[in-house]
Design a protein around this ligand. Structure first.
Ligand SMILES: [Zn+2]
Ligand SMILES: [Zn+2]
Length: 148
């Protein structure tokens, strides 16, 4: 990675921590970076594995605490895909949803969400003001359909 890109990324991470009044620690910086870079929501044990690979030492409790404080402040979001574990992703991403394959467990992001049109209609007909929606899709990926 180019030095200027690295500098930009670090300053973005520092800005985020600052904005949410979180003190900068190596564990916080690294966890935030991992979630920022990931193209799918991660659970805490995957985060721990990646931290280990980066050579960052953090025990389970520290990771849990960090994730919790990020999530409470809204810096990251919980993603519940009906598994026994919770996953997390960076909040500042464009509206998107997930396709979870129930056979191989592969997760894919989908964009181009049209639910905001439905939200407008709901507002018009019921007067209810929707702040956010939380929708995931479950089924079979293209590959797995061959085996069913
Ligand atoms: Zn699959
Ligand atoms: Zn949406």
């Amino acid at each position: 990675m180019q030095l200027s890109r690295i500098m930009n990324k670090i300053s973005h991470l520092l800005d985020d921590l600052h904005k949410y009044s979180l003190k900068v620690t190596p564990v916080r910086l690294n966890i935030l970076n991992i979630l920022l870079e990931s193209d799918k929501p991660l659970d805490s044990s995957s985060i721990k594995l990646i931290l280990n690979r980066y050579g960052v030492k953090a025990d389970r409790a520290t990771i849990f605490r960090t994730i919790n404080s990020f999530s409470k402040k809204g810096l990251i979001k919980e993603v519940n895909l009906g598994e026994s574990k919770m996953r997390y992703e960076y909040s500042g991403r464009q509206d998107h949803h997930h396709l979870l394959c129930q056979r191989c467990g592969e997760i894919e992001d989908i964009y181009n969400c049209k639910i905001n049109l439905w939200e407008k209609e709901i507002l018009n007909t019921t007067g209810f003001q929707i702040r956010h929606h939380d929708i995931e899709f479950f089924g079979l990926c293209r590959q797995c359909q061959k085996y069913e």
